[in-house]
Design a protein around this ligand. Structure first.
Ligand code: ZN
Length: 157
């Protein structure tokens, strides 16, 4: 079962699991979502032109070495590796976000941490290739390479 906890340092919230999740297991279906009319720090981009808001996604934090895939084509969350009860669930924000509404300095502590997370547009294809990325991000990255700027929804003021 997925639960949202306030982080121990009091900084924001974290999504965790009360039960073990096995590698490759689909453990959540993204069903109860609403279209996001504007991009926010909690919205998740699900196509080149649209984003959604969903309770669990809103609390799923970023990590540069994540344990969860957000698959916006299948609308599901899958485990990248075995996850123990109580572990933070995290995903790679640029796997869904081309240009983030609110870029931030990553403090994940991984030795391959990308430091500034602002969306896939600022990451080389070489690095993106190390991650699961959603189809719309792959297409946008290729368009970007060819010089065509994708049209994005506006961000919250
Ligand atoms: Zn990081």
């Amino acid at each position: 079962m997925l639960i949202v906890q306030t982080a121990t340092d009091g900084q924001g919230k974290r999504l965790t699991t009360t039960t073990a999740i096995q590698r490759s297991q689909v453990f959540h279906q993204i069903v109860d979502y609403t279209p996001a009319l504007i991009r926010t720090y909690t919205s998740v981009q699900n196509t080149a032109e649209s984003s959604i808001e969903e309770f669990f996604l809103a609390h799923l934090n970023h990590h540069c070495n994540p344990n969860v895939v957000v698959d916006t084509a299948r609308m599901e969350l899958r485990a990248i590796r075995d996850i123990s009860p109580g572990e933070d669930l995290t995903f790679f924000y640029p796997s869904t976000e081309w240009e983030m509404a609110e870029p931030f300095a990553c403090l994940c502590g991984d030795n391959k941490c990308l430091k500034t997370i602002s969306g896939a547009k600022d990451i080389s294809l070489n690095v993106l290739g190390n991650y699961f990325i959603n189809r719309h991000i792959g297409i946008m990255a290729l368009e970007h390479l060819l010089g065509a700027e994708p049209v994005l929804r506006p961000v919250a003021a």
